[in-house]
Design a binder for this molecule. Structure first.
Ligand SMILES: [Zn+2]
Length: 144
């Protein structure tokens, strides 16, 4: 990223040198070729600048998402909902008005908040907690 920005600066220096050199070219044909060359370099530099601006915007969004998650993840603690079946449970002291719930421990480790939803299999035999994000399913009915 920084290397690309520095490379972009050297392109501008090159274009500035070309622009300064135009006044010393007396032959119209050679000057026109230099103008065409300079125009191509300016267009290429504009495209690179646009790409860098887009990249910075993407990184700013990623940073904001990361900072938000860093605050959000502090609200949850590791919880063994059944022997060997781990979730992240909302801390009672950090509920901030939200009802108690569990989120997926796997998604938590990847920086994603996947709320676990309870469901019962079609024959009513098993109660499951399923993550809508990664589809991890924790069977709460079976003993380990
Ligand atoms: Zn998940």
């Amino acid at each position: 990223m920084v290397g690309e920005a520095i490379a972009g600066l050297s392109i501008f220096n090159s274009m500035l040198d070309m622009a300064k050199g135009l006044k010393n070219i007396n032959d119209a044909a050679i000057r026109n070729m230099a103008v065409v060359d300079l125009t191509e370099k300016i267009i290429a530099a504009q495209a690179e600048q646009n790409a860098l601006v887009a990249k910075v915007g993407k990184l700013e969004k990623e940073l904001m998402r990361f900072e938000t998650w860093e605050a959000e993840k502090q609200r949850y603690e590791l919880y063994e909902i059944k022997p060997g079946r781990l979730t992240r449970r909302l801390k009672a002291t950090m509920s901030d008005g939200e009802i108690s719930h569990d989120i997926c421990a796997q998604c938590y480790n990847k920086g994603v908040k996947g709320i676990l939803q309870k469901s019962v299999t079609e024959h009513g035999r098993y109660t499951m907690l399923t993550c809508a994000e990664c589809h991890t399913a924790l069977n709460l009915s079976l003993a380990v």
